[in-house]
Design a protein around this ligand. Structure first.
Ligand SMILES: Nc1ncnc2c1ncn2[C@@H]1O[C@H](COP(=O)(O)OP(=O)(O)OP(=O)(O)O)[C@@H](O)[C@H]1O
Ligand SMILES: [Mg+2]
Length: 258
């Protein structure tokens, strides 16, 4: 069946969350133009800030943060609480309609422990997009924090925001998945932005280590989404009105498509 409205999943990186309020204006304008939007946000910097403020030390294993019980409490409070509510409040006060929820709510994102060494960090096992469909049908932008429902003993797990965005885009068969981040796009080994990558080329960038750190889950998430989503994009969220420019012309950034 043909979908009535164009559905766009946008991941807003914590790194671009506070840099430019124009992102909020863009979301509101696009909602008013009739697009169905789903927003997923990160917020690693904000979590780190609060862990420091609360005197909770963080262990890293091979560069990956270990989510112990105390860290999980802060992750939940900051991502599903503060960051999520600030985003929803900003959209509402700029004239849009939004409802904030986490992956826990309505069992939207169901997960299990990824690697016991990393503590309460989850991998996605199943998604149930019913809560999103209900909210979008009623004219709201669902704004999602990636804190997710644990399926085994642990009720809440911390899941990567990029991963959640890819899983939701795939489950929604979205028309586009867009990552707003703090680089111009995906860079090659010479540091130049690559305009277009197919999935084979993207896997090569991962294998060679040219894509590292926070870019790894974005590329993996794009590859996952490409099962049903025709176009995935990684763009510079620091540019003013990056989202409007993207919807009107897909200028700049990197396109990852089949
Ligand atoms: N090949 C690459 N091209 C571009 N950026 C890369 C590449 N490899 C690694 N990166 C890093 O990925 C980073 C983007 O991911 P990062 O996780 O920091 O941001 P985010 O996901 O937008 O924010 P958050 O994690 O807070 O939600 C860039 O700032 C850059 O340092
Ligand atoms: Mg990141």
């Amino acid at each position: 069946m043909q979908k009535a409205k164009e559905t766009i999943v946008v991941k807003i990186g914590g790194s671009t969350l506070n840099s430019d309020n124009a992102t909020i204006d863009d979301l509101v304008s696009l909602q008013k133009r009739g697009l169905s939007l789903v927003v997923v946000h990160g917020g690693a910097q904000e979590v780190s800030h609060w862990l420091t403020r609360l005197g909770i030390s963080t262990n890293f294993i091979r560069g990956l943060r270990v989510t112990d019980a105390k860290t999980l409490e802060v992750v939940t409070a900051i991502l599903a609480g503060l960051v999520n509510k600030e985003l929803v409040a900003a959209i509402e006060t700029h004239g849009g309609k939004a409802v904030g929820l986490s992956g826990v709510d309505g069992a939207l994102i169901q997960s299990e422990i990824k690697n016991p060494e990393l503590g309460y960090a989850g991998k996605v096992v199943k998604v149930d997009i019913t809560p999103l469909e209900v909210l979008m049908e009623a004219g709201y932008i669902p704004v999602i924090s990636p804190v997710s429902l644990g399926l085994a003993k642990e009720p809440i797990l911390n899941v990567n925001g990029d991963t959640v965005a890819g899983e939701l885009a795939a489950a929604l068969s979205a028309n586009r998945l867009i990552f707003l981040t703090d680089t111009e796009g995906i860079c090659d080994s010479s540091g130049k932005v690559v305009a277009r990558l197919n999935s084979v080329e993207a896997k090569e960038l991962l294998a060679s280590g040219v894509a590292s750190g926070g870019m790894i889950p974005k590329i993996e998430s794009c590859l996952r989404a490409l099962s049903t989503v025709p176009v995935t994009r990684i763009i510079d969220g620091r540019l003013p009105h990056a989202l409007i420019v993207e919807i009107e012309g897909m200028v700049g950034g990197t396109t990852l498509a089949r």
